[in-house]
Design a protein around this ligand. Structure first.
Ligand code: TXA
Ligand code: MG
Length: 367
């Protein structure tokens, strides 16, 4: 049974009882070989049949459906419990088909030449050829060509444009493994193509290219510096920065990536930051709270609490992006009450990491 609640769809906790198939494919194979894999062919045929299939991309796992089918797209929102006013990203196999779905501008053209296939979503005016559920009724659509060989093979084999949000239940961190998808969506979707751990770890960068100057709507796998090296000027949507360093901003939209425990982001340099995190964690533990510290390889041995989780190497920002969502899920699995997290300098891919951490912390910052 499903209950409609405003823009949200809630389930009664029993799931849909749907059988979810799971295939393991070898992500080290190239796209041409993968196209002949029976698992890819079966998954592609489900997509053509307007069914839901989760698959790996280079950023995170996506929950795919035929972007031209109202029925298929509606079932994405149901399976995820996603607000229906949040548009989906359309994934396509190659740039030749772009023209069918979206009006490209010279600004967008310059960016796609550099970053497609890859973790960049371009938002432009659509042509009315996609389901209105895909675009949430907006005049624009976000499109990207992923670089992951499994995603590419599946898209090519399906022959349809594939709308795919991250394959998590709404409000949970995006999935970076097939197990994450399984935990969230088993019994609610038709299949999961397991292609191992995703590489980038944060979602694609979303850029509006409808105007003269591109506007960054969501930081992600392609950095602001990379965008500016091609476009010169790139504006940043004020909504991104405002969530930034405001000390405490509750509100539904920040719950997006939030773990169940109360998360605090601790700003500072080197030893000062480490000792602040250590002190706060010890204080909380002494009060009987279950505590986790989110840190990096360099610092992990310096903390004395039960749960010390490393995101990656501080001197390798890409590794931190890759480990971020799995670490947030681990916090939920451990059932900790409070999480202290080392903040990172807001630059390069760390800009995207900090954007997600700020949402997870719902604005709780210790300066
Ligand atoms: O890396 C990714 O982008 C992953 C993988 C699966 O490709 N997908 C993903 O989708 O993160 P989702 O639905 O979780 O996030 C899509 C974001 C949302 O913030 C949505 O509001 C925005 O893109 N978006 C999509 N279409 C848009 C549009 N027409 N205008 C403005 N924002 C749009
Ligand atoms: Mg998402």
């Amino acid at each position: 049974m499903w209950y409609h609640w405003g823009n949200y769809v809630r389930d009664d906790g029993k799931g849909t009882g749907m059988e979810t198939k799971r295939w393991r494919v070898d992500e080290s194979m190239d796209e041409a070989k993968l196209i002949n894999d029976p698992a890819i062919q079966e998954a592609a045929s489900l997509l053509r049949d307007r069914r839901l299939v989760a698959f790996p991309t280079e950023t995170v796992y996506g929950l795919g459906a035929n972007a031209q089918s109202e029925e298929a797209v509606a079932s994405i929102f149901t399976a995820k419990g996603r607000p229906s006013d949040n548009p989906l990203i359309v994934h396509i196999a190659d740039v030749e088909s772009l023209d069918q779905w979206m009006e490209m501008t010279p600004q967008g053209e310059a960016l796609l030449k550099c970053f497609w296939p890859g973790p960049l979503t371009l938002v432009g005016r659509h042509k009315g050829t996609l389901a209105s559920g895909t675009t949430a009724g907006l005049p624009t659509v976000g499109v990207r060509i992923p670089s992951h060989p499994v995603a590419r093979a599946l898209l090519r084999c399906s022959g349809v444009p594939v709308a795919a949000p991250s394959a998590n239940r709404s409000g949970k961190p995006s999935p970076t493994t097939a197990d994450h998808v399984w935990q969230d969506l088993m019994g609610r979707i038709d299949g999961i193509v397991d292609g191992g751990v995703t590489g980038v770890g944060v979602e694609s960068t979303v850029v509006d290219v409808t105007g003269e100057v591109p506007i960054l709507l969501r930081p992600g796998g392609i950095t602001l510096d990379q965008l500016r090296s091609i476009s010169g000027e790139v504006q940043v949507d004020p909504g991104i920065e405002q969530e930034g360093l405001v000390p405490r901003s509750p509100g539904m939209k920040y719950r997006h990536y939030a773990p169940q425990g109360e998360m605090w982001l601790v700003v500072g340099d080197g030893e000062e930051q480490r000792s602040k995190v250590a002190r706060m964690a010890m204080d909380a533990a002494q009060k009987g709270q279950r505590v986790a510290v989110l840190t990096t390889e360099e610092n992990r041995d310096t903390y004395q609490v039960d749960h010390v989780i490393s995101l990656g190497r501080r001197d390798d920002p890409a590794s931190v992006a890759r480990g971020l969502y799995a670490a947030l899920r681990t916090c939920d699995d451990l059932g900790v009450d409070v999480i202290y997290t080392e903040a990172f300098p807001v630059e390069g891919i760390y800009y995207s990491v900090m954007n997600r951490l700020l949402k997870a912390a719902e604005g709780r910052i210790v300066t």
